[in-house]
Design a protein around this ligand. Structure first.
Ligand code: PLP
Length: 394
């Protein structure tokens, strides 16, 4: 099969004639303005603004000093796989063994590996829309069709079970779920997960469950589809350290899946990354086994910022914004201004606020923008003032 690499250029430049602006592309645009002297508040990239907790960084540094600077097992060191297995067993209430865990340089590899292992040309994968853009790109990269599962504002960006059932065909090989979601912050309910599980079992479909924001929740309890009866074997659970422990640059994530799939993922690791750096994995052991108070402090801070930014956005004439239940993104509706998401986001950029147009996350994101509130209150307040001023001129 000849791969279609235009999926990348389409994403980065033009899709159906509309420019698709990823967070990194927006950051570059902002940099262009900053180089000319502009002051920009950066709300485009989805990464914690906090430093990695000190106990974790210290363990990483200590590991380098102690010579943990060599290759490890490609599946990951047993100490970390044991910690992860125990953490997932505790939090998802399923029995997980270290053999069912693989450590990767970020959760993102699990998306790529899952698509590479499960999808062939002509297959279909159901992906949330709006949803993290990597899913659609990776599905297409492996010659499969990305079937959008619309998450609509009128349903609080949640799930329409009847519509979902209609999307399943004999070609459906994978359902990808992100909960809490990027970019909408919504979470699937127990009923949603049970319905998806029922369909996955009935139609013999794997589920990729992206749980990278599972520790950044403000309302309700986190629920994993892997905990639903008979779902463990057909779920690929993705989680990691980037968001929960503010470790985006360390590159550390993991997948939990049945042993057969983990063996395949391990082959991908052998022939691509070889392994995650040893000291990063040891820092990961400290993250999971050490004190968790920093996680709680960061979550409380995100919550304060969420309450501030959502209320402030709703006070601006013409903007309405649902209250997200988790993650650190606001996804306001900007349809009343009669501009496309791109036009609106570029207007805001020129007014000194970098955001992401909603259509970057799929066609159902058109008419929205994504704002990352993983930024200081001071910057959020500055951004709100600038947004108010910019929209008053529209
Ligand atoms: N999944 C979702 C939904 C994300 O938003 C991100 C990062 O933004 C990732 C996965 C990848 O995270 P990482 O590769 O840093 O672990």
């Amino acid at each position: 099969m000849r791969k279609d690499f235009s999926v990348f250029s389409k994403r980065a430049t033009k899709k159906s004639g509309v420019e698709v602006i990823t967070p990194l592309a927006m950051k570059l645009k902002a940099k262009g303005l900053e180089d000319k002297g502009a002051d920009i508040v950066h709300l485009e990239i989805g990464e914690p603004d906090f430093d990695t907790p000190k106990n974790i960084s210290e363990k990483g540094i200590e590991a380098i000093r102690n010579g943990y600077t060599h290759y490890t097992s490609s599946q990951g060191i047993i100490e970390l796989r044991k910690e992860i297995a125990s953490y997932i067993t505790r939090t998802r209430e399923i029995d997980v063994s270290p053999e069912e865990v693989i450590i990767t340089p970020g959760g993102k590899d699990i998306i790529f590996f899952t698509m590479m292992a499960l999808l062939n040309e002509g297959d279909e994968a159901i992906v949330q829309n709006p949803g993290y853009y990597t899913y659609e790109t990776d599905v297409k990269l492996f010659g499969a069709k990305a079937v959008p599962l619309p998450l609509l504002e009128k349903n609080d960006f949640s799930f329409d079970g009847e519509l979902f059932k209609k999307l399943i065909t004999p070609k459906t090989k994978l359902i990808a779920l992100i909960s809490p979601a990027n970019p909408t912050g919504n979470m699937f309910s127990k009923e949603d997960l049970e319905l998806i599980a029922e369909q996955a079992i009935k139609n013999d479909i794997y589920v990729l469950s992206d749980e990278i924001y599972s520790r950044i929740i403000y309302e309700g309890d986190f629920l994993s589809i892997a905990s639903v009866k008979d779902m463990k074997e057909r779920t690929i659970l993705l989680d990691g350290f980037s968001k929960t422990y503010a470790m985006t640059g360390w590159r550390l994530g993991y997948g939990v899946a049945n042993k057969e799939l983990i063996k395949i993922f391990n082959k991908f690791m052998v022939d691509s990354n070889s392994c995650v750096s040893a000291f990063t994995q040891l820092a990961g052991v400290e993250a999971l086994a050490g004190p968790q108070d920093a996680v709680e402090r960061m979550r409380a801070e995100y919550r304060k910022r969420r309450d501030y930014i959502i209320n402030a956005l709703n006070e601006i004439d013409g903007i309405s914004c649902n209250m997200p239940k988790g993650a650190f993104y606001a996804f306001p509706n900007i349809k009343s201004f009669g501009l496309s998401s791109n036009e609106f986001a570029l207007k805001l950029l020129n007014a000194g606020v970098a955001t992401i147009p909603g259509n970057t996350f799929g066609e159902y994101g058109e008419g929205y923008i994504r704002i990352s509130y993983a930024n200081s209150m001071e910057n959020l307040e500055k951004a709100v003032k600038r947004i108010k001023k910019a929209v008053s001129r529209l």
